[in-house]
Design a binder for this molecule. Structure first.
Ligand SMILES: [Zn+2]
Ligand SMILES: [Zn+2]
Length: 346
């Protein structure tokens, strides 16, 4: 029996450049139906006192290492690592302290009135020097970054009111990087980050908020797949369960603006055995069948080592006998909607 927990990560409060308080963020996340959130203010853990269960919402407080560029979400670390270190050095420091992390908004290209370029400069840095089986995360899709990159003087009013016009999903370069890393044995898990700040802008008719927490929590949602339910009476244990599922790539994410994705399925099977997203079955004992059902009308693509292997409408069933990296993408109404982490077949 698998347990699916929707949650959001990459969240800012007024402890850095967000506008909301923890109680506001928590109320918004609960209203959006999330079961866990990871708050990542800039270079501070001052919000840690809010970590723990808040009714049925697990609040995890980590931080984002934020030099001028090269931002890194540092997870499961008890001290704030110096953001003046070179990127390779702060990544190493996070892992040496027992943590792990996620490379944030790696592929920013555009500077405009709304944002600067905060890209990950050196893509040769893709994790700690001492890899030792550790995994690293890649923020494949950052909602505010995607939206901000599309903003122009001409479209800005329209895009504030119809935000999805300013979204195009993960960049091809980011997806290629991710696939290449996994093909070369550098285990990298993908996530969608909201990067919510709820910036308030004064306009002639009042104030607009780009975008409120409650709305943002209805966008990029990461669904964790767990064998056992989150420990309801032990927040520390539940937090470790979230970290383990993320680091192991036992998750997928979707933009809920284009539909809920809590019924999505992607697994490998042979006889009565089954392997889920993030697992590593072998074809040495015979071919496997990959089965997908995203739960709603959507174009489904099975990606094998970075290339489209098969397409389907809502469902897909493909026998495979070659080792490699198999993952799923789904498009709803032509819009990028859902991305799973790979099943690693060896
Ligand atoms: Zn950032
Ligand atoms: Zn951020």
């Amino acid at each position: 029996m698998m347990h699916i927990y929707p949650g959001a990560l990459h969240i800012h409060t007024h402890h850095s450049d967000g506008t909301g308080s923890f109680p506001e963020v928590i109320a918004a996340a609960r209203a959006a139906g999330l079961r866990w959130i990871i708050v990542t203010d800039h270079d501070t853990l001052v919000g840690r006192s809010f970590a723990g269960w808040h009714d049925d919402l697990l609040v995890i407080v980590d931080y984002e290492i934020t030099p001028d560029r090269n931002h890194f979400l540092a997870l499961n670390v008890d001290q704030v690592v110096d953001n003046a270190l070179a990127p390779q050095d702060f990544v190493d420091e996070v892992y040496q302290r027992g943590g792990f992390g996620i490379i944030a908004h790696p592929d920013e290209q555009i500077r405009n009135s709304f944002k600067d370029i905060y890209r990950w400069d050196d893509w040769a840095i893709d994790g700690p020097r001492q890899r030792d089986g550790h995994t690293v995360g890649l923020e494949l899709w950052n909602l505010m970054s995607d939206w901000g990159e599309h903003l122009t003087q001409r479209n800005k009013v329209l895009n504030v009111f119809i935000p999805r016009l300013g979204l195009s999903g993960p960049t091809p370069a980011t997806l290629h990087w991710w696939d290449r890393l996994n093909m070369h044995g550098r285990r990298t898990f993908g996530v969608g980050g909201v990067d919510v700040h709820a910036f308030k802008h004064r306009v002639p008719w009042g104030t607009i908020e780009v975008f409120p927490y409650r709305w943002m929590f209805g966008t990029l949602t990461n669904y964790l797949l767990l064998d056992t339910p989150l420990a309801a009476s032990n927040a520390q244990q539940a937090t470790q369960q979230v970290y383990t599922a993320l680091a192991g790539g036992h998750s997928y994410f979707a933009n809920r603006l284009d539909g809920e994705a809590d019924a999505a399925l992607f697994y490998a099977t042979r006889d009565d055995q089954r392997w889920n997203i993030g697992d590593s079955p072998t074809v040495a004992a015979g071919p496997l069948t990959l089965v997908a059902d995203v739960g709603r009308r959507a174009l489904v693509q099975l990606i094998y080592n970075g290339r489209i292997l098969a397409r389907g409408k809502r469902t897909l069933c493909q026998q495979v006998n070659a080792p490699g990296i198999y993952r799923l993408e789904a498009y709803h109404g032509g819009r990028p909607w859902l991305y799973t982490n790979p099943i690693f077949i060896h």
